[in-house]
Design a protein around this ligand. Structure first.
Ligand code: IPM
Ligand code: MG
Length: 356
C-alpha cells in the first residue's frame, strides 16, 4: 500500500505531519513517500504540480494532501498558482467523486453558529462532482464581445457543461452512499434557469429508477443554501455539481462548529483517492502550532477505509478522535471555557495515545 504524502503550503506541513504520525502508530506497513506541491513546489521547481509529484501521485494507491495556496502567489499567471495543483491532480487522476461529510460532534455542539438543537446529531454527506462543470468546461477565456449588452467591450467567459455519463456516475455514487446511510438523496440543481442543470435533474431522475429503495428529492441551489441553515438535519446525502458543491460544502462545514474538523475524500473509478482536510492552507496561522490537525487525521481514516481497505484501522482513528474530544482537548479553533487548549502537535500526540 503506497501513499503519496503531499503537505503543500501554510499549515499543510504541520497538520500532515500529525496525520502521518497517527498512520505510523497503526503499524500497517504503509509505504509513504513525500513530495512538494502548490506554492512550495513552485518555489522549488517553478511549477505547482511538478512532473515528479504527479508521477508519484499516479503510482500511489492514495494521496494524503495538506493544503495549497498563499496570498503571495496571487499575482502569478493562473497556470502557475498553487490552486492549479489540486485542480490538476483531480483532473489527471479522474477524481470525480468528492465526499465531504459534515458531522457535528457531540462535544462541539456549542461551537456552531447555529442553535445547538439545530445541529446536535447532525450527520450529512455532501457528494460533489469534481472534474466537470464550469470549473473545467471549455471554452473559457477573454475576448471582445460581439453581442450581449455591450458589443465591442472586453469580456470574460466560462462554460458550464455536463455530459450524461458524468452525471450518471456521480448519481450512482450518491445513491450507493445513501443506501449505507439514511436512504435519502437530495439532488441540488438550478433547473429553473440553467440547461445544464435541467439535464442534471433529468439524468439523476433516470438513474434513480435503479434505486427504488432510496428516496430522491430535487432542490434548487438557492433553496438548498437556505435549508442548510434552517433545517440542516433534514438532509442525508446531498449530490450536486462542482461549483454548487464548492459553495454548499463550505456552508455545511460551518454548521459543525469548525472547518478544522472536517475531512474529505476524492475518488476515481478505481478507488484511488486523494484525501485532504476540507479547510485551506490558512497562511495567517502557519508555523504557530495552533492549527487543528483533526480534519487531516480524519482524512487519513477515510483513506484507510476507501482506498486501502482497512476499515478496522479507520475506526480506530475515528474512535481515538472522539476520545480526545471527550478528554476535553481542544486546539484554539474549537476551544471553549472549561476545556484544555493544546497545540497542533499535542493534539496529534493525544490521538496516537488514544489509539490504545
Ligand atoms: C475546494 C477549494 C478548491 C475548489 C480551490 C482551492 C481550487 O475551494 O476544494 O473546495 O474550488 O475546488
Ligand atoms: Mg471550496
Amino acid at each position: 500500500m503506497k501513499i503519496a504524502v503531499l503537505p503543500g503550503d501554510g499549515i499543510g506541513t504541520e497538520i500532515v505531519a500529525e496525520a502521518v504520525k497517527v498512520l505510523d502508530a497503526l503499524d500497517l506497513n504503509l509505504e509513504m513517500e513525500s513530495a512538494l506541491v502548490g506554492g512550495a513546489a513552485f518555489d522549488a521547481h517553478g511549477h505547482p504540480l511538478p512532473e515528479s509529484t504527479l508521477k508519484l501521485a499516479k503510482e500511489s494507491d492514495a494521496i494524503l494532501f495538506g493544503a495549497v495556496g498563499d496570498w503571495k502567489y496571487d499575482k502569478l499567471d493562473r497556470p502557475l498558482r498553487p490552486e492549479q495543483a489540486i485542480l490538476g491532480l483531480r483532473k489527471a487522476l479522474g477524481l470525480f467523486a468528492n465526499f465531504r461529510p459534515a458531522i457535528c460532534y457531540e462535544q462541539l455542539v456549542n461551537a456552531s453558529s447555529l442553535k445547538p438543537e439545530l445541529v446536535a446529531g447532525l450527520d450529512i454527506l455532501i457528494i460533489r462532482e469534481l472534474t466537470g462543470d464550469i470549473y473545467f468546461g471549455q471554452p473559457r477565456g477573454k475576448r471582445t464581445a460581439v453581442d450581449g449588452h455591450f458589443p465591442g467591450a472586453e469580456e470574460a467567459f466560462d462554460t458550464m457543461r455536463y455530459s450524461k455519463p458524468e452525471i450518471e456516475r456521480i448519481a450512482r455514487v450518491a445513491f450507493e452512499a445513501a443506501r449505507k446511510r439514511n436512504k435519502k438523496v437530495t439532488s441540488v440543481d438550478k433547473a429553473n434557469v440553467l440547461e445544464t442543470f435541467q439535464f442534471w435533474k433529468d439524468v439523476v431522475t433516470e438513474v434513480h429508477k435503479d434505486y427504488p429503495d432510496v428516496e430522491l428529492q430535487h432542490m434548487y441551489v438557492d433553496n438548498a443554501a437556505m435549508q442548510l441553515v434552517k433545517a440542516p438535519k433534514s438532509f442525508d446525502v446531498i449530490v450536486t455539481g462542482n461549483m454548487f458543491g464548492d459553495i454548499l460544502s463550505d456552508e455545511a462545514s460551518m454548521l459543525t462548529g469548525s472547518i478544522g474538523m472536517l475531512p474529505s475524500a476524492s475518488l476515481n473509478d478505481k478507488k484511488q483517492g486523494l484525501y485532504e482536510p476540507s479547510h485551506g492552507s490558512a497562511p495567517d496561522i502557519a508555523g504557530k502550532g495552533v492549527a487543528n490537525p483533526l480534519a487531516t487525521i480524519l482524512s487519513a481514516a477515510m483513506m484507510l477505509r476507501f482506498s486501502l481497505n482497512q476499515e478496522e484501522a479507520a475506526n480506530r482513528i475515528e474512535t481515538a478522535v472522539k476520545k480526545v474530544l471527550a478528554q476535553g482537548l481542544r486546539t484554539p479553533d474549537i476551544f471553549s471555557e472549561g476545556t484544555t487548549k493544546v497545540s497542533t502537535r499535542e493534539m496529534g500526540d493525544a490521538v496516537v495515545k488514544a489509539l490504545g
